[in-house]
Design a protein around this ligand. Structure first.
Ligand code: PEP
Ligand code: MG
Length: 869
């Protein structure tokens, strides 16, 4: 006898058992807030039901009946009573909110007799029969799977027959007629009359809500949001209160702070004379909550008080569902509100400043995907000035996107599978559209408010969305949308600005988001908590500046080859590659050295005393060679060679497996002059900086790629040290420096203690290490990794998420060996997985000192490390 918990018995901690909604209804009841009485059937009951795949147990049925009796006592109403009927809502509610994915039934308990009781009691027959037809419709849909449109079509047909425009024109006789029509639909489809016994209704409804845990849209939503299949849903049975009870009633949803921008203050919407799901479903466009202050000031004040209390109690922004019945406020739900990344950051910062939560708590509340969302693009302002506005709507979820329009989720999905950037445009979205929404760059709806399905889901996914764009007439059948005189068709390109709610025709270029200040504050707090530091993979001044702003502790990998691709530089590089003897090598090398010196000087000046790891040339030389005939002719002319000679040299340099060939330190073994030039440029720049900028103490870390043995490392190190010593002698000045290596060859990991004798530091190059451990080509494995994943031969792409078992084992071995030789040697990671939150946990566990990743991944990496503490 423990499958049902009364609201007065539960608490907010019991989310596993009562689901989010049930636990919070119980908590609000405990706080003496105006919550309609009720009880929760637990998730365990749901799981038990789903496992047995038959009707609910007698025990559960009896328990429910007992709790109904207790509700009857409290409400002084009776379930099924023909004069004073108790009516209930039956709502799903799992541990994690899954907006609109599962089912709800309202007005349960109405039948041919109780509807008369309700009419007499309220003195409002229109209201009573409207409630009854809603029950028929919801019950038909949820319990018996009757298409909602069958009912809606009949209502539309009836209204047009009577020349009515709005539902409010329907009179009691009209609703009565419609109820008869609905009951016939019911009979026709199910071959059974609509059940008149309220307990029978209740049992069917509870079972249907249990089953809705496994409906396809709920399954898709769970897969997308990583929610376990094993949780089940609770079912909340609650006394009905009526927002559709005339003009002094209404229903709404409000947030205690703005879920899109984070701004302080109540933000929400309500609909007068409407019931339950109308606001969330986005069928009618609601009024702003501020208007309630004018219409019902006393209710508004009470709502303000309650929302303040709830926010302080939960120490977070709340999303509150409420109903007003005859000017009396009722709370139907509260939960921590879903919000955009910008809003999440802003609210966390506000709550810390208001002394409600600590910095540590704030960090725990921000997750790495929010960081990514914060860096969302915005349209280029100058371009925007010339863009043609198509329509304006509500700025439901920020961001900027251009793409081709599609009018159904299915078409959007199909087009996206063919590689198109798509924008889903609909009258309103419903949970069935989820698969189309996921693949869309932006979502546009002509109906629905800021809390409509489209708005809530898009915000959650960080997808840009404009909702309630009523000036657009969306014709999903003809696949066109019209605003004013302008008509756009399927496949046309539009641009959507989710931050301002504007929709433009054509495509518009965008720039990155400008919410960095919020990010900077949180990153700064996270850095105080982070146990290992995060550096950047960057070499251009722009990237270095970005990286520093985003919290980088220095440069962990400057790939110097990226410095050789400028027009002048690649030309010198090519000349150097073509050189047949030492003499002809000298001129281009000297030129390249000058270029490099400029680069390093800029780098050191930007970094000041932050660390700087510079990797010497790594890729195979063929990457620098001319590809087109035009380039070949140009190079031949400039080097006074024939075109044939150039072709011949290119052929000579061709390799079967360039990634396994003449690259990295192997280039330096055959042509040491290249590394010597680079090292000279680094050291001379460091000397220049130390002479001219007394406040900068730079200790360049020179990193040699692709080392596989102690012999290679020691031979190269000796030559480089000699080069450096010569510079010190010539310049009459010394600067500190380090020479280290990457760990990207399995052999290097297995012999790391020996290499450690001649290396000052290490950095794992997990890209190459993964390539060589798996034997999967970095460039070609995309062709088969998907198939491996589909066939479950690989859990994840090892180039994105560290392969803990294999590559990770080599890393553990290497770390242990190096630490055994000298525990103070610094070890980092600079492959792609260094910026992957999923991998960072593992990297931290094996004991690396820092990770290095691309600039935009830095804040998420810092946050991940701080949260792991
Ligand atoms: C690596 O191999 O992980 C690495 C960082 O070097 P690159 O990607 O430049 O080969
Ligand atoms: Mg590498």
């Amino acid at each position: 006898m423990n499958y049902v918990v009364d609201f007065s018995e539960g608490s907010k901690e019991q989310v596993d058992l009562l689901g989010g909604k049930g636990a919070n209804l119980a908590e609000m009841t405990k706080l003496n807030l105006p919550v309609p009485t009720g009880f929760t059937i637990t998730t365990e009951a749901c799981l038990d039901y789903l496992k047995k795949k038959e009707h609910m147990s007698n025990e559960l049925y009896e328990e429910i009946k007992l709790h109904i009796s207790s509700m009857e006592e409290r409400t002084k109403k009776r379930f099924g009573d023909i004069t004073n009927p108790l009516l209930v809502s039956v709502r799903s509610g799992s541990k994690f909110s899954m907006p609109g994915m599962m089912d709800t039934i309202l007005n349960l308990g109405l039948n041919d007799e109780t509807v008369i009781g309700l009419m007499k009691k309220t003195g409002d027959g229109r209201f009573a029969y409207d409630c009854y037809r809603r029950l028929l419709q919801m019950f038909g849909d949820v319990v018996c799977g009757i298409d909602k449109n069958r009912f809606e079509d009949q209502l539309d047909f009836y209204k047009s027959k009577k020349n009515y425009v709005a539902d409010t024109e329907m009179q009691v006789e009209d609703w009565q007629e419609l109820v008869a029509v609905y009951k016939n639909i019911f009979l026709e489809v199910t071959h059974q009359p609509f059940p008149q016994d309220p307990y029978e209704q209740l049992a069917f409804a509870v079972e249907a809500v249990f089953r809705s845990w496994n409906n396809p849209r709920a399954i898709t939503y769970r897969r997308l949001h990583d929610i376990s299949e094993l949780l089940g849903t609770a079912v909340n049975i609650q006394e009905m209160v009526f927002g559709n009870f005339g003009s002094e009633s209404g229903t709404g949803v409000a947030f205690t702070r703005n879920p899109a921008t984070g701004e302080k203050g109540i933000f929400g919407e309500f609909l007068l004379n409407a019931q339950g799901e109308d606001v969330v479903a986005g069928i009618r466009t609601p009024q702003a909550i501020s208007e309630l202050e004018v219409l019902m000031p006393d209710v508004y004040q009470e709502f303000l008080k309650v929302s303040h209390l709830l926010e302080n109690h939960y120490k977070d922004m709340q999303d509150i569902e409420f109903t007003i019945e005859n000017r009396k406020l009722y709370l139907l739900q509260t939960r921590n509100g879903k919000r955009t990344a910008k809003s999440a950051f802003k609210i966390c910062i506000q709550l810390v400043e208001e002394g409600i939560i600590s910095k540590k708590e704030a960090i725990q509340r921000i997750n790495p995907t929010m960081v990514t969302q914060l860096l969302h693009p915005v349209f280029e302002p100058e371009q925007l000035a010339h863009a043609e506005i198509f329509a304006k709507g509500l700025p439901a979820s920020p961001g900027a996107a251009s793409g081709k329009i599609y009018f159904t989720a299915e078409q959007a999905k199909k087009a996206s599978e063919q590689g198109e950037k798509v924008i889903l445009i609909r009258q309103e979205t419903s949970p069935e559209d989820i698969e189309g929404m996921v693949v869309s760059e932006a979502i546009v709806t002509s109906r629905g408010g800021m809390t409509s399905h489209a708005a809530v889901v898009a915000r959650g996914m960080g997808v840009c969305c404009v909702a309630g764009c009523e000036e657009i007439y969306v014709d999903e059948f003809l696949e066109q949308a019209k605003a004013g005189d302008v008509v756009i068709h399927q496949g046309d390109t539009i641009s959507v600005d989710g931050t301002t709610g504007t929709i433009y025709r054509g495509s518009i270029p965008y720039v990155e988001g400008d919410e960095w200040q919020l990010l900077e504050t949180i990153t700064e707090w996270a850095k105080e908590e982070a146990a290992i530091s995060v550096k950047a993979n960057a070499e251009t001044p722009a990237d270095i500046k970005t990286a520093l702003r985003l919290g980088a502790d220095g440069i962990g990998l400057a790939r110097t080859e990226h410095m050789f691709f400028g027009e002048e530089r690649i030309f010198e590089m090519r000349k150097m590659i073509l050189a047949e003897d030492e003499k002809s090598l000298l001129a281009p090398l000297n030129k390249l050295k000058e270029f490099q010196k400029v680069d390093f000087l800029t780098m050191f000046t930007l970094l000041k005393d932050k660390s700087c790891t510079i990797r010497l040339l790594d890729p195979p030389l063929h990457e620098f060679l001319p590809k087109t005939e035009e380039e070949i002719i140009h190079l031949a002319n400039a080097t006074k060679r024939t075109v044939a000679e150039i072709h011949h040299r290119i052929e000579e340099l061709h390799e079967q497996n360039p990634m396994l060939g003449h690259r990295g330190c192997r280039l330096a073994v055959t042509t040491p002059q290249i590394y010597e030039m680079q090292v000279a440029a680094i050291i001379e720049s460091a000397i220049d900086v130390s002479r001219n900028e007394s406040d900068i103490t730079i200790v360049p870390e020179i990193m040699i790629p692709l080392i596989g043995s102690q012999e290679e490392m020691s031979w190269l190190r000796e030559r480089l040290v000699q080069t450096i010593q010569t510079i010190f002698d010539t310049e009459g000045q010394i600067v500190p420096y380090k020479i280290g290596t990457m760990l990207e060859i399995p052999r290097a990991c297995l012999t790391a203690e020996k290499i450690a004798e001649v290396a000052d530091f290490f950095s794992f190059g997990t890209n190459d290490l993964t390539q060589l451990t798996y034997g999967f080509s970095r460039d070609d494995s995309v062709k088969f990794i998907g198939a491996y994943q589909n066939k479950q031969l690989l859990k994840a792409d090892p180039f994105q998420h560290i392969d803990e078992e294999g590559v990770g084992m080599l890393m553990r071995i290497a770390v242990d060996k190096i630490r055994a030789f000298d525990p103070t040697i610094k070890i980092g990671v600079c492959g792609e997985v260094g910026g992957d939150p999923q991998s960072i946990r593992f990297l931290k566990k094996i004991g690396v000192d820092y990770i290095s990743c691309s600039p935009y991944r830095i804040p998420a990496a810092i946050l991940t490390i701080a949260k792991e503490k």
